[in-house]
Design a protein around this ligand. Sequence first.
Ligand code: FES
Length: 160
Amino acid sequence: TKGLSTRRSFIRRMWGLAGAIASLELLWAGSGFLRAGKSMESDARKRLVTAGKVADFRPGDVFPFRNGQFYLVRYSNGGFLAVSLKCSHLGCSVIWDESKQSFNCPCHASSFDKQGMVVNPPAPRPLDVYPVVIEGGMVKVDTHQPMKRKAFDPSQITFA
Ligand code: FES
């Protein structure tokens, strides 16, 4: 009988252990769920860069946002376009030349016009753009994913 009771208490202990492991797993899964929710939220917040007030951007000018990896262009008609800083050739940072009204790449001399269209190769396609959102008088740029394009289209411009 001693052997039997030892085995019983062993089985009871095993059940206890299994229960503890199951609860730990549940806790872990639950906290993972919370962690995922939190990081998704902060990702969404992180990728939306607030450029400034609509009124701060004079029509006709180009504003660099080097940390956000884009130039915010405000056209004379008041519309906004956020063009990627990265050259579509091999990814060097393009530089805005006010006097020539073009984005120039220092690496292999590609250049792009104010809409980001190729003026000089070897760049194979226009500069990518980022979606612009205007909320409560503020210009925000969604830097999550640059959008590739073949040509300029007025629908790419956002108005306040
Ligand atoms: Fe810009 Fe080559 S990376 S021209």
